[in-house]
Design a protein around this ligand. Structure first.
Ligand SMILES: Nc1ncnc2c1ncn2[C@@H]1O[C@H](COP(=O)(O)OP(=O)(O)OP(=O)(O)O)[C@@H](O)[C@H]1O
Length: 265
């Protein structure tokens, strides 16, 4: 099984250094969390890893493949990116939107239509959107749209899945369902790298974390080692305690409100 291995990634825009020499490893069979404050560079990094916007320097490998050197179609068979709040302005049905994820696998002769239809149906089912298949995608709520975009990435059937805030807009059941789905994909051998804001969700589902701040990796490694009160205070400027979820034993992050921060210190 292959791992995503990105080294010394640099992204500049308009004279600003947005990603500054970042190394990331995301192994197959695990969900790796990418965390960090607003503006840390998470989305920029994910877009660079997927070569949506090519990095100015650095290497992105998946197993034996150099992702930056591959043709777009070949890369799209290896890596899928679910972008944050990606627009779904095309007036397509939900089914046809998800079917776009099959394009990298389709021959010009269209001989795999039945297979594609099956994968699209399975992908919609996996995100609980099967009953929306004929709806116009522009009529969906934010959370429904988010699920459809995830289904489109699932339909790509890639061994590497990159996700930018996949729980955005989702209610708590949707958030837990999405993370459970990522767990299942990882268990089937997929390498999953997900930018997440909710530290408790990240702690419960990610075997390892990469912490980004100011375009740099400030910590990386096994979640229980990385996610400490000190790290949270250093990176987010918020006082925190890492507790144990009484239902699961997983870490739960509790925060001190900003207003009492100084008095209690
Ligand atoms: N063209 C640009 N010129 C200058 N700065 C930019 C440009 N594009 C993005 N940025 C800045 O780069 C930084 C990283 O943005 P990015 O969207 O990658 O952060 P993020 O970690 O995903 O944040 P969030 O958690 O808010 O989604 C931000 O401060 C953003 O304002």
């Amino acid at each position: 099984m292959s791992a995503l291995e990105a080294a010394r990634i640099i992204v500049r825009a308009d004279g600003h250094l947005l990603v500054d020499g970042v190394d990331v490893v995301a192994p197959a069979g695990a969900v790796t969390g990418l965390i960090g404050p607003n503006g840390a560079g998470k989305s920029t990094l994910l877009r660079a890893l997927a070569a949506i916007e090519r990095p100015d320097a650095g290497a992105v490998r998946f197993g034996d493949d150099d992702l930056l050197a591959l043709r777009r179609r070949d890369r799209a068979r290896l890596a899928a990116l679910v972008e944050q709040d990606a627009s779904t302005d095309l007036p397509l049905t939900v089914r046809d939107t998800v079917a776009l994820g099959r394009l990298p696998h389709q021959s010009v002769f269209g001989a795999d239509d039945a297979e594609s239809a099956r994968v699209v149906a399975e992908s919609l089912d996996a995100v609980g959107m099967a009953s929306f298949a004929e709806r116009d995608v522009t009529s969906l709520s934010g959370g429904e749209r988010q699920r459809v975009l995830l289904a489109k990435a699932l339909a790509q059937r890639t061994p590497l899945l990159l996700l930018d805030e996949p729980t955005n807009h989702l209610d708590i059941a949707g958030q837990l369902g999405t993370l459970a789905l990522l767990d299942r994909l990882a268990a089937s051998g997929v390498a999953v790298l997900a930018a997440l804001h909710d530290l408790t969700l990240a702690a419960a589902h990610c075997a390892q974390l990469v912490v980004l701040a100011g375009g740099r990796v400030v910590a990386a490694g096994p979640t229980r080692e990385v996610l400490t009160p000190d790290l949270v205070e250093r990176v987010y400027g918020v006082r925190a305690a890492v507790l144990e979820n009484p239902l699961t034993g997983a870490p739960v992050v509790a925060f001190a409100p900003h207003s009492t921060d100084q008095e209690d210190a």
